[in-house]
Design a protein around this ligand. Structure first.
Ligand code: ZN
Length: 169
């Protein structure tokens, strides 16, 4: 009987120490400009450990049983640029809070109007068009009224094309 009890104690002791070597990562995805969380489901992962979680509609995420130590955290969502936090410290038995700026700001969104940042003129800039062009768009593209830009968008895409500089902005 006493042997059985000591085996039980040993077992509990082991499982406790195993638990104590992991921590929890909990946080919020939110854009700097917004007070609300990121509403689409993003994958928050620790790629080196192959663990992760999906954020909810409020941008909240929880990753359980993260081994203690310093890890890289990556946020991915289709249509947005990935963001990576190089070093996040996880302490055993503790919850590490981590608020992540996501999606990351896009410099193309700062572009106001058609003024070209290279030649500083407006007369050579035409809008970029994404997606499959219809007949009218194709005619406009032929007359260089718009520039076709393919179907791939990343969430951070240029809106204008300068014919003089052959650059997008
Ligand atoms: Zn230009």
């Amino acid at each position: 009987m006493s042997r059985l009890i000591s085996i039980c104690i040993l077992f509990i002791g082991c499982s406790n120490s195993a638990f104590a070597q992991t921590g929890m990562l909990e946080g919020l995805l939110s854009d700097k400009r917004s007070t609300r969380g990121f509403s689409e489901n993003a994958t928050v992962s620790l790629p080196d450990l192959n663990i992760g979680a999906i954020s909810d509609a409020n941008g909240h995420f929880v990753i359980l049983n993260v081994p203690s130590g310093v890890h890289k955290v990556k946020v991915e969502c289709i249509g947005y640029r990935d963001t990576t936090i190089a070093q996040v410290s996880i302490l055993a038995g503790k919850t590490t809070p981590l608020n992540i700026n996501f999606p990351v700001g896009c410099h193309f969104l700062n572009q106001k109007g058609r003024r070209c940042p290279y030649c500083h003129r407006e007369d050579a800039a035409i809008p970029l068009v994404y997606g499959l062009p219809d007949a009218k768009t194709l005619r406009m593209a032929k007359r260089q009224k718009v520039q076709l830009s393919g179907c791939m968008t990343t969430g951070c895409d240029p809106q204008w094309y300068c014919k003089r500089d052959n650059k997008e902005f």
